[in-house]
Design a protein around this ligand. Structure first.
Ligand SMILES: [Zn+2]
Length: 548
C-alpha cells in the first residue's frame, strides 16, 4: 500500500512540470505598426540596405513575414489610421476618425452595423490586458500621444481631432510606459503624472537613459519627434532605443505586458512622397523590430506581431522613367541617387523658408546633389511664397502643391520610384509574426481576425465584449434609480455628470478616472467617456460597488 502511494506521488510529481508548466503560454505581446507602409517600401528598403552595405542582405522583419492582412474601414475599402488600428485593438470595423468607438450606420457600410451601439466606446486589448490580466501596458511612437494609432490603444472618441479629450483619457488610463514625440501636450499633466508615481521626462535624453522607474512617460520634440533622417542623435533617441527602454521597464511585471510600437512617420513621409525619408523611417522601424524579436527570443513567452494599418502613396519600384529598359536598370542606377538625399522634405521646407530665393539651386545641390532647372526654381519660389504667406486663403493653397510636395516632385523626377497618390491606398498589407513555440501559417486574414488572433493569444476570448459592457455602461442605465441626474458643461473638453443615488452624491468628470462620491475621491479602473452626440457618459459598473 505504502509503495503504491509512493509511486502515485512520484507519478503526480512527474506530471506537474508538464501539465502545470507555463512553457506553452504567451505572457507578453508586442504589436508593431509601421504606419502607412505599402509592400513596396519593404522591397525598396531592402535594396537600399543591400546597396549601402555592399552585400546581399535582408530586413529584420523578413524571416517572420507569413501572410497578408485585408485592412479597411466599416464603410470604405481604403482605411484611415483611426479605424484600422482600432479594429486590431477592438475587433470592430469603424469609420474614418473613429478611435476605438462603434460607428453609426451609413449608406455605404461594408459590414452590418447595429444602430443602437453607435458611438459606444469599445474596450481595447491593451485596456483589457491591464484591467483583466494585470499586465503592464506601454506605447512607443514617433508622432504624438493623441495621434490616431497610439490613441486607438487607450482612448475612445468618434473624432480623432478631439485631441484635448484624447490626451486627458490617455493620461488617466494608467499606461505604465509612454515614450514618444510631442512634449507640449503633456505639460498640463506633468504634476498629475508625478503624483501618480511616474517619471515624466521632457526632451532630456540623459534622464531618459538613467530612469529606473517602471512608470515612465518620456517625450522628445515639441509637437512630434523629428524624422530619423533629421534626428540629432545626441539629443533624441532612435525608435530602437525607445523600444529597448520600454521593454526593460515593462518586463519587470511578472504578469507580462502589452506593448504597441509605432513607426508613425513612415505614413507622414509617404503622404509627401518623400522617397529617402520613407526608406529611412522604415529602416529605423526595422531596427526596432530587431530589438523586439531579440527580446522575445530570450523571453520565450512573448509574441511579436508586425503589421501596417494601411497602405499609402502607391509607392513602386519602377515608374514612367522606366517604361522602357526597366529590366536593364542596375541597382546603382535605381538606388545611388537616393543615397545623396540628406534631409526630409519637411526639413528642407524649413531650410528654404529661412533662405533667400536665389539660394534655392545651391540648397538643392547641397541637400540632394541635384541641379534644378530655372523652371523648377520658379516652382519652388512660388510654393515658398504660399508656404510663408499666412494671408493666402486655404482654398487658394489647396489648389497648389505644398512646399514639401513641390520639393519631392522635383527630387523624384529623376528617380525610378513611382507614386500614384498623396493619400492612403487600399491594398492588403503584410503580416509578420514571431511566436515562441508555434509555426503559424496565416494566408490572408482580415483585420478583425488579427484582433481575434491577439485576443486568443491573451486568452481573453470571451471577455472583451463583456468588459466593454462592464466599463462603458450608459449613465442613464447605470443610474436608473437616481433621484437627480444632471450634465454640466464646464468647458469644451470638460463635462461633469452630477448624480444623486439614495444618499450618495456622485460627481464624474469626463475622461478622468477619479470620481467623487460624497466628496471622497475614488480611483476607477477605467476612464469615464463622455459622448456629446448622444449626451451620454459611458461609465464603469464598478461605481455601484462604492455606493452604500
Ligand atoms: Zn496617413
Amino acid at each position: 500500500m505504502r509503495k503504491i502511494f509512493f509511486n502515485l506521488v512520484v507519478i503526480i510529481f512527474l506530471l506537474i512540470p508538464t501539465s502545470f508548466s507555463q512553457k506553452d503560454s504567451i505572457r507578453s505581446i508586442i504589436v508593431m505598426i509601421p504606419d502607412g507602409t505599402s509592400m513596396s517600401v519593404l522591397s525598396l528598403a531592402r535594396w537600399y540596405k543591400t546597396f549601402t552595405t555592399g552585400e546581399p542582405t535582408s530586413l529584420h522583419v523578413d524571416p517572420w513575414l507569413c501572410g497578408l492582412v485585408k485592412t479597411h474601414s466599416s464603410n470604405a475599402p481604403i482605411g484611415d489610421s483611426a479605424p484600422t488600428t482600432s479594429c486590431y485593438m477592438t475587433g470592430y470595423l469603424s469609420q474614418t476618425g473613429f478611435i476605438s468607438t462603434y460607428p453609426p450606420k451609413t449608406e455605404q457600410d461594408l459590414t452590418p452595423i447595429d444602430e443602437n451601439r453607435a458611438y459606444q466606446p469599445l474596450i481595447t486589448l491593451m485596456e483589457a490586458a491591464r484591467i483583466k490580466l494585470k499586465k503592464s501596458i506601454g506605447l512607443v511612437f514617433t508622432s504624438y500621444l493623441m495621434d490616431a494609432t497610439p490613441a486607438d490603444c487607450a482612448a475612445h472618441s468618434y473624432n480623432r481631432k478631439y485631441r484635448d479629450a484624447i490626451a486627458k483619457q490617455m493620461v488617466h488610463n494608467q499606461i505604465d510606459v509612454v515614450i514618444g514625440g510631442g512634449s507640449q501636450p503633456i505639460i498640463p499633466y506633468v504634476d498629475f503624472l508625478k503624483e501618480e508615481g511616474y517619471d515624466v521626462i521632457l526632451d532630456n535624453i540623459d534622464e531618459f537613459r538613467h530612469s529606473k522607474n517602471p512608470l515612465t512617460w518620456a517625450f522628445f520634440g515639441n509637437t512630434e519627434m523629428p524624422y530619423n533622417i533629421d534626428r540629432d542623435t545626441a539629443e533624441v533617441p532612435s525608435l530602437a532605443e525607445m523600444t529597448a527602454v520600454a521593454l526593460k521597464k515593462l518586463s519587470t511585471n511578472p504578469n507580462g505586458f502589452f506593448l504597441m510600437v509605432e513607426g508613425s512617420k513612415i505614413d507622414w513621409a509617404a503622404h509627401n512622397n518623400d522617397t529617402k525619408t520613407i526608406i529611412d523611417e522604415f529602416l529605423a522601424f526595422d531596427e526596432a523590430v530587431e530589438v523586439a524579436i531579440n527580446f522575445a527570443k530570450n523571453d520565450k513567452h512573448t509574441l511579436v506581431v508586425i503589421l501596417p494599418d494601411h497602405g499609402n502613396s502607391g509607392i513602386a519600384l519602377g515608374n514612367t522613367n522606366s517604361n522602357k529598359g526597366y529590366d536593364k536598370l542596375s541597382l546603382t542606377q535605381i538606388i545611388e541617387p537616393i543615397t545623396h538625399h540628406s534631409v526630409s522634405a519637411a526639413n528642407m521646407a524649413d531650410i528654404l523658408a529661412k533662405s533667400q530665393p536665389e539660394e534655392i539651386p545651391q540648397l538643392f545641390k547641397k541637400y540632394y546633389q541635384i541641379d534644378i532647372s530655372n523652371e523648377q526654381q520658379k516652382e519652388i519660389a512660388d510654393a515658398l511664397h504660399y508656404h510663408l504667406n499666412k494671408n493666402i486663403s486655404t482654398e487658394e493653397k489647396k489648389v497648389s502643391l505644398s512646399l514639401e510636395k513641390t520639393i519631392t516632385k522635383i527630387v523624384n523626377s529623376n528617380l525610378y520610384i513611382g507614386y500614384t497618390t498623396y493619400g492612403h491606398t487600399g491594398e492588403d498589407v503584410f503580416l509578420a509574426l514571431y511566436h515562441p513555440y508555434k509555426q503559424i501559417q496565416c494566408g490572408l486574414i482580415t483585420n478583425v481576425e488579427v484582433h481575434h488572433f491577439l485576443r486568443e493569444a491573451l486568452r481573453l476570448e470571451n471577455s472583451i465584449d463583456s468588459l466593454t459592457n462592464e466599463c462603458f455602461v450608459p449613465h442613464q442605465l447605470l443610474f436608473q434609480s437616481a433621484s437627480q441626474l444632471k450634465i454640466d458643461s464646464i468647458n469644451p473638453s470638460t463635462v461633469q455628470l452630477h448624480a444623486v443615488v439614495g444618499k450618495s452624491k456622485i460627481v464624474v468628470e469626463s475622461y478622468d478616472n477619479f470620481i467623487k462620491i460624497n466628496n471622497q475621491p475614488i480611483k476607477l479602473s477605467s476612464v469615464p467617456i463622455y459622448v456629446d452626440k448622444n449626451s451620454t457618459f459611458y461609465l464603469p459598473r464598478e461605481i455601484l460597488r462604492y455606493l452604500p
